[in-house]
Design a protein around this ligand. Structure first.
Ligand SMILES: [Zn+2]
Length: 474
């Protein structure tokens, strides 16, 4: 191991821990500093004790550095949302993400390499001292207050969400214990992210229909359902945004019902879409999906997607898509980026193909305003510029989506069908600290989940246009 000056390592750890605790400094400089020092001592102690075993030291370093990277890029600890989003990203998406977060990436890599390879002066006294101070800091408060820890309303809520996810109560109490420790050592939240991900991925995948007594009493034999992507209602002209990002929909406003208070069922695609398109109790029941329902009612079903199809991790949205009679994923046909106009041509093909007198349900899954914004619209739609670059580009994606939606409506009108559109979720407010990102915080802002929802043509539903709608109950 290269013997670079050891003083660099504590300094690097200190900077890392300051970044982890930035929000704490807002409340009390003194307290935050104390946390930073004690956390640094803990990490240093862990690196000292593992310095003889490179693999172990590398693992500890990776654990801390990756948590730091997530903190810097998402402003949150690693959660199941972030984990699955990362697993589902295609190589080009991951690359785009790294490029747009170059500084945090560089910093995390420097920290990682330093923690693994910088020489650590290893005397038993220092090691024992650092470890015991660090571990005491970590564990003693939780043990001291363990009586009250498990008798709070927060724990009750946590326990019930654990039961809903199928965990035994002993597992939930350990999870909660780690959760409490993570208040003093933020990288520990990663453990929860990993266990949540495993439990999510190993839950039910029954795709056979379990609907009973299905019949069709509707008036239309052609139903088209559009699912938007990362589209904030508050960034749309028709929803009162200060810029005219939706001129086409504004022109159509006499023939569509625009629901003004619709909220998404989640803040990520994988958490939202299955909840919307299935009958969800505590978790989505894939056997009771809208696709199975439509098929049982005699509809021919289509899933046309401009999203990436995810190979082995495709347990949520793609698993639903697999239930359709006809499946199209643009990513199956080309690795290059395609605009949502591809779905217009696929829709018109599907509409033009005669179906043996069957009714049709066509689901369109747009790429919409998914990160990386600049890749989502052709140059002609780069209308917003000169302001905040990220926001301008985002607004351009909205402008392009507006055009696409008007094209869909034209086709649906031509074939006498009905169209319903909503977005899977919004994004964090453009003027926040983490602008226009998925709101993966435990308590997302309300405007991150406020989404567009409209129906063409005007159709009498049992809900009013100004009713509060949760797409969870779609
Ligand atoms: Zn999404």
């Amino acid at each position: 191991m290269p013997k670079i000056k050891a003083t660099y390592l504590p300094a690097i750890i200190l900077v890392e821990m300051i970044l982890f605790n930035l929000d704490k400094f807002e409340y009390s400089f003194l307290k935050a500093s104390l946390h930073v020092v004690l956390q640094s001592v803990l990490v240093y102690g862990l690196l000292l004790i593992s310095s003889k075993w490179l693999m172990l030291r590398a693992l500890i370093s990776l654990f801390v550095a990756s948590a730091l990277f997530i903190q810097l890029t998402y402003g949150a600890g690693l959660s199941v949302s972030i984990f699955i989003s990362m697993l589902e990203s295609s190589p080009s998406e991951s690359f785009a993400f790294v490029i747009s977060n170059l500084l945090p990436t560089l910093f995390a890599v420097i920290c990682l390499l330093s923690m693994i390879f910088l020489y650590v002066p290893n005397t038993k006294k220092v090691t024992a001292g650092a470890l015991s101070v660090g571990l005491c800091y970590l564990i003693v408060p939780t043990i001291l207050f363990s009586q009250t820890l498990y008798s709070t309303p927060e724990y009750d809520l946590f326990r019930r969400s654990g039961i809903a996810r199928g965990h035994p109560s002993w597992f939930t109490s350990i999870e909660y214990f780690i959760e409490d420790l993570s208040h003093r050592f933020p990288p520990l939240i990663t453990i929860r992210g990993i266990t949540d991900t495993i439990s999510f991925m190993t839950t039910q995948q029954n795709v056979k229909s379990t609907w009973t007594a299905v019949s069709h009493i509707g008036s239309s034999d052609l139903l088209v359902l559009g699912i938007g992507e990362s589209l904030r209602a508050d960034n749309m002209g028709v929803y009162g945004y200060k810029y005219d990002t939706t001129p086409a929909l504004s022109r159509l406003s006499d023939s569509i019902d625009l629901y003004t208070r619709a909220y998404s069922a989640g803040t990520t695609t994988w958490s939202s879409v299955p909840s919307v398109l299935t009958k969800a109790a505590s978790v989505p029941d894939f056997s009771k999906s809208i696709l199975n329902l439509a098929k049982d009612a005699g509809f021919e079903t289509f899933w046309l997607s401009n999203n990436t199809k995810h190979s082995e991790w495709d347990f949520s949205v793609s698993a639903l898509a697999e239930q359709a009679d006809h499946i199209y994923f643009s990513s199956d046909h080309s690795t290059e980026n395609r605009y949502d106009s591809i779905l217009i041509s696929k829709l018109s093909e599907a509409l033009a193909t005669p179906s043996s007198e069957k009714k049709k349900l066509i689901i369109l899954n747009f790429f919409g305003s998914h990160f990386n914004f600049v890749d989502r619209y052709p140059e002609d739609y780069a209308k917003f510029e000169g302001g905040n670059l990220k926001l301008d580009r985002y607004n351009n994606t909205v402008l392009y989506t507006d055009y696409i939606q008007a094209e869909v409506i034209k086709l649906v009108e031509k074939y006498g069908g009905k169209y319903l559109f909503f977005s899977d979720h919004g994004l964090i407010h453009p003027e926040s600290d983490t602008p226009l990102k998925h709101d993966v915080r435990r308590d997302p802002d309300i405007d991150s989940v406020k989404v567009p929802f409209f129906v063409y043509p005007k159709t009498k539903l049992s809900i009013q246009v100004d009713d509060v709608i949760s797409l969870y109950y779609f």
